[in-house]
Write a protein that binds this ligand. Structure first.
Ligand code: SF4
Length: 333
């Protein structure tokens, strides 16, 4: 059975995902121990138990992402997060750092350990090593492998794989991107946010347009009638060799609904939806569509077809106007 794993940046999102049929939700704490460390998001010791109780009463599991890399002066913040998750009755912790995997395996030997996408495992030797050494029971795979590479990995992995199915894309191998630290001194690996709100500026221009900056660096300029996107360095428009445009990546959203039968035939353990920073309405909409699609595909993989209404519903909440199959569709890789 392929599981549906949905994002929950707060309690209303968690409830939305549970109510719409997620098999599991993933959450983070209100600090730099997780890779969605944005103001107003995430859980603390008070509401994590309420979230877990709500989910468990309805048969949904809860995972905690503690997937940034402990800094020299803050090791205990990361181990405290593991302890809080374990003491609250979490079903699994999603970790990236080797030291933290070792800590969790020693301190909480019964706890399920998942390897985060930030752990950057793209070959089965590393998954096998982490499984033998720390007992990880699932690995989330970076969004840089082609479908053929994922199939090869799935055939040889000793544990189930979790694949991203929908949401915003990182152009770099997750866990290895330092782009934003050049503009802000902070990177997702250390601080938990790629473009921290404290370094973001939205500047109105005299012509009614908007300029977005990160750490003072101009990332994009929007006309008055254009929707201004959150400034992310990899999705900015820059001038390169006299040409202006998206120098690294256009803002697109991953949408792999049409690959569901292929993923199932590979024996993929779970599909993950990106977006703990998104609204409860996004979580509800995306969970509803993917629940229906997975159930349909599970009943009849050969006859599975993507319903146009599913894509219409998803495109209303997607980032950017376009969707992509991402690296999964690369035939040259
Ligand atoms: S800069 Fe882009 S590729 Fe790097 S972490 Fe941020 S979103 Fe991902």
């Amino acid at each position: 059975m392929m599981e549906l794993v949905c994002p929950a940046g707060n309690l209303p999102s968690l409830k939305a995902a549970v109510d719409q049929g997620a098999d599991a939700v993933y959450i983070g704490f209100k600090d730099e121990t997780n890779a969605r460390n944005f103001a107003g998001l995430n859980f603390n010791s008070r509401n994590i138990e309420r979230g877990i109780e709500y989910a468990h009463q309805r048969g949904t599991r809860v995972f905690a992402a503690i997937n940034t890399f402990p800094q020299p002066n803050g090791w205990h913040r990361w181990t405290d997060a593991v302890d809080l998750a374990a003491e609250s009755g979490i079903d699994a912790v999603i970790l990236a750092d080797l030291g933290l995997l070792e800590y969790a395996a020693q301190r909480w030997p019964e706890m399920n350990l998942h390897l985060s996408v930030q752990g950057s495992a793209t070959n089965y030797e590393s998954i096998d090593f982490l499984h033998r050494t720390f007992g990880i029971s699932r690995a989330v795979i970076p969004r840089v492998l082609s479908a053929a590479q994922v199939r090869h990995l799935a055939e040889h992995s000793p544990i189930p794989l979790e694949l991203f199915g929908f949401g915003s894309l990182c152009v770099m191998v997750e866990g290895r991107c330092l782009l934003s630290s050049y503009a802000t001194g902070r990177s997702p690996n250390t601080y938990g946010a790629c473009s921290p709100g404290s370094h973001v500026e939205w500047i109105e221009r005299p012509d009614g347009g908007t300029e977005t900056r990160l750490g003072g660096i101009l990332v994009d300029r929007f006309e008055a009638n254009e929707a201004a996107g959150y400034p992310t360095i990899c999705k900015g428009r820059f001038e390169v060799e006299g040409k202006e445009g998206y120098a690294i990546e256009e803002p697109t959203s991953l949408n792999t609904l049409e690959l569901l039968p292929e993923m199932m035939s590979m024996g993929i353990g779970a599909v993950k939806i990106e977006g703990r920073q998104r609204s409860p309405a996004y979580v509800a909409q995306v969970t509803q569509v993917w629940r229906e699609a997975i159930d349909r595909c599970q009943r009849d993989p050969e006859g599975f077809q993507v319903e146009p209404r599913w894509n219409a519903a998803l495109s209303k909440v997607a980032e950017g106007a376009q969707t992509t199959l991402g690296a999964y569709q690369r035939t040259w890789q």
